[in-house]
Design a protein around this ligand. Structure first.
Ligand SMILES: Cc1cc2nc3c(=O)[nH]c(=O)nc-3n(C[C@H](O)[C@H](O)[C@H](O)COP(=O)(O)O)c2cc1C
Length: 201
């Protein structure tokens, strides 16, 4: 029998965005269905990024996140940003973009977007991290096309499944262990929980 929660999630059929960000000279972006306005006064907006995703790793060190609201004509963009990972391809080599606040990449083909200045990050121990931000810039296009929704992307296999993230044990063994340990320490420090791992810096 189908899980009732999953049935309800399928029924509400969330609209899709591409969340982009930048830090330490790296650009990142992925499709997200987990996002919502979460305060009225002051306005706040939240997006949840999978710990498996390159975008989440870059976002932890970033100051800004841009949310590009997709419409039904944006399937190719959704396939690029949702079906491929920056661990394997340079997504920004195949789209026109310009740098926004904090260097966040703004995708030219998406006229409906909001740029957030990050105010907090929340990790409840699940497989996604919540970033909350203050909208500091927004642009709305004609809004005459319907939003692209999760069911419109049924044919897109996510570049990373939520459960595919490496464990600390995976990362601290093997040939690139030294670099991985340093990366883990940087991630922990950026999250506000510094750690000192054997073989780290
Ligand atoms: C319909 C759909 C919804 C998705 N929702 C989310 C989401 O809310 N948060 C997230 O981090 N990834 C989500 N993903 C997965 C990422 O977009 C995907 O794994 C992407 O390839 C990650 O790229 P990256 O490793 O370059 O960050 C979704 C993918 C699809 C197709």
């Amino acid at each position: 029998m189908t899980d009732p929660s999953a049935q309800i999630f399928r029924w509400i059929d969330s609209p899709l965005i591409i969340a982009t960000t930048a830090s330490h000279g790296q650009l990142a972006g992925c499709v997200a269905g987990f996002h919502t306005q979460c305060s009225i006064e002051p306005v706040r907006y939240a997006v949840w990024l999978s710990k498996a995703n390159h975008t989440q790793r870059v976002a932890l060190f970033s100051t800004h996140v841009a949310l590009h609201f997709l419409d039904k004509g944006d399937h190719d963009l959704a396939a690029l940003f949702g079906g491929l990972s920056a661990d394997e391809v340079d997504k920004f080599a195949s789209v026109a973009w310009s740098a926004g606040p904090g260097g966040v990449p703004l995708i030219d083909a998406c006229p409906n977007r909001i740029v957030l200045r990050r105010t907090t990050v929340w990790d409840d121990g699940s497989d996604h991290v919540c970033l909350i931000g203050e909208p500091i810039d927004a642009q709305a296009g004609p809004l005459d096309r319907a939003p692209m929704r999760v069911t419109d992307a049924d044919d897109i296999e996510p570049g990373h499944s939520a459960g595919s993230r490496g464990t600390p044990n995976d990362l601290t063994a093997g040939e690139s262990a030294e670099q991985n340990v340093a990366t883990l320490e940087d991630i922990a420090a950026g999250s506000g929980h510094p750690i000192d791992l054997p073989g780290g810096h």
